[in-house]
Design a protein around this ligand. Structure first.
Ligand code: BG6
Length: 317
C-alpha cells in the first residue's frame, strides 16, 4: 500500500506554463486537471482565453485583435483601471490594459489545489506624469477545480496622499447568437445609459434581451448575474464582490464597423458583462487596500435558467 507521502508525491500539481503568445508577447497558460484552461498575457494582465473541459472557448477575442502595444487586446478580459470609460482625464478605460505587468514574487498565500498566477503592476515614471498616484495593483487569476475562472484584484495606495479610481473587468463572453441571449439579475435596477449621455433610467421587469446597440452601467446590482445562451444551452454565472456595478455592452452593427480591431459581424457572437465600480469611485488613503473579485462559471442552461427570475423565485418554481 502506498504511504501518504508517496500519494502526495503522485498528486499532480495543476500546471502553469510560461510561453510566448502572439507577436512573441509573454503568455501564461493555466491548466486544470479535468481539462479546462485559461490563458493570459503579461501585456495588460489580460485574460484572452478560458476553455471548459471539452476544450470549448468561453471568451470572445476578435479575429482582428491586435496583440500590439499600445493598443489593448480586443476581447478576453481587459482590466479597466484607474478609470472606466472616459469619465476622467485619462485615456478611455485607463492604462492598466496596455501596460506590461510582471509576475508577482510576493503574492498572498496560494489557494489550495488550484491553478493560479499572480501578477503585479506598479506605475512607471511616465505613468506618474499622467496619473500622479503611486500604487501596487496585484491581480490573481485562478482556475478552480470545476473550471471556474476567478480574478481577484487588490489595489494598494503606496502614495502619501489619498487617490480615487474607477474599475471594471471588461469581460467579453462568447455567445452563439446575441439575439438568442438574455441576461437575468439586472431587472428593475437603475442604470446610466452610455448612449444617452449617461442619463439615469430604471430598467423594466423583464430579463435583458438584445435587438440593437446597448451600452448601460447598471448600478448597485446583486452579486450574481446570469447570462443565458439558449442556442448553446449554456449559462454563464458571474459572481462579484467589491464591485457594486455591472456594465452590459454590445456595439451592434454600426459601431462594429467603426472599430478597426473588430469584425463587422462579430457583434453577433459576443456580449460584454463587466463587474465594475463606477458610480461611487473608490478612494484609498495611504496604505489602504481595495479588493474586487469576479468569478465566472459556465453551466448547462437547465441548471440555472429561471433561478434569478424574480417572478419564478416568488412562485417557487
Ligand atoms: C464598454 C463601454 O465597457 O467598452 C463602451 O461601456 C465602450 O462605451 C466599450 O465603447 C469599448 O471600449 P474600448 O475603449 O475598448 O473600445
Amino acid at each position: 500500500m502506498a504511504s501518504a507521502s508517496s500519494d502526495q508525491r503522485r498528486t499532480p500539481l495543476p500546471p502553469v506554463d510560461y510561453i510566448k503568445g502572439v507577436n512573441g508577447l509573454d503568455k501564461i497558460v493555466l491548466h486544470e486537471v479535468r481539462g479546462s484552461s485559461a490563458e493570459l498575457y503579461l501585456y495588460g494582465g489580460h485574460v484572452t482565453s478560458w476553455k471548459n473541459d471539452h476544450g470549448e472557448e468561453l471568451l470572445f477575442v476578435s479575429s482582428k485583435a491586435q496583440f500590439k502595444p499600445p493598443k489593448a487586446i480586443r476581447g478576453g478580459i481587459p482590466i479597466c483601471f484607474p478609470q472606466f470609460s472616459n469619465l476622467g482625464t485619462l485615456e478611455a478605460h485607463g492604462f492598466a490594459r496596455n501596460r506590461v505587468w510582471s509576475i508577482d514574487r510576493d503574492p498572498p498565500p496560494p489557494p489550495n489545489n488550484k491553478a493560479f498566477v499572480d501578477l503585479i503592476l506598479k506605475p512607471t515614471e511616465d505613468d506618474l506624469k499622467i496619473w500622479p498616484h503611486s500604487f501596487e495593483f496585484r491581480l490573481r487569476v485562478t482556475l478552480g477545480p470545476g473550471g471556474d475562472l476567478m480574478l481577484t484584484s487588490r489595489v494598494r495606495n503606496t502614495d502619501t496622499k489619498p487617490f480615487t479610481f474607477t474599475f471594471a473587468y471588461h469581460t467579453y463572453l462568447s455567445v452563439s447568437d446575441i439575439s438568442e441571449v438574455r441576461v437575468e439579475g439586472l431587472e428593475t435596477l437603475d442604470y446610466l445609459d452610455n448612449l444617452k449621455n449617461k442619463e439615469r433610467f430604471t430598467e423594466q421587469g423583464d430579463a435583458i434581451t438584445f435587438e440593437g446597440e446597448l451600452d448601460k452601467i447598471y448600478l448597485s446590482t446583486p452579486p450574481k448575474i446570469a447570462i443565458l445562451d439558449h442556442e448553446r444551452k449554456r449559462t454563464f454565472v458571474l459572481r462579484k464582490d467589491g464591485l457594486p456595478d455591472a456594465v452590459v455592452w454590445n456595439p451592434w452593427d454600426k459601431k462594429a464597423k467603426s472599430m478597426a480591431d473588430f469584425g463587422d459581424e462579430e457583434y453577433r457572437h459576443m456580449l460584454c458583462v463587466e463587474a465594475a465600480a463606477i458610480e461611487k469611485p473608490i478612494t484609498l488613503k495611504p496604505n489602504e487596500e481595495w479588493r474586487g473579485r469576479q468569478e465566472l462559471s459556465a453551466v448547462p442552461s437547465s441548471y440555472c435558467s429561471g433561478q434569478l427570475d424574480p417572478q419564478r423565485v416568488l412562485l417557487g418554481t
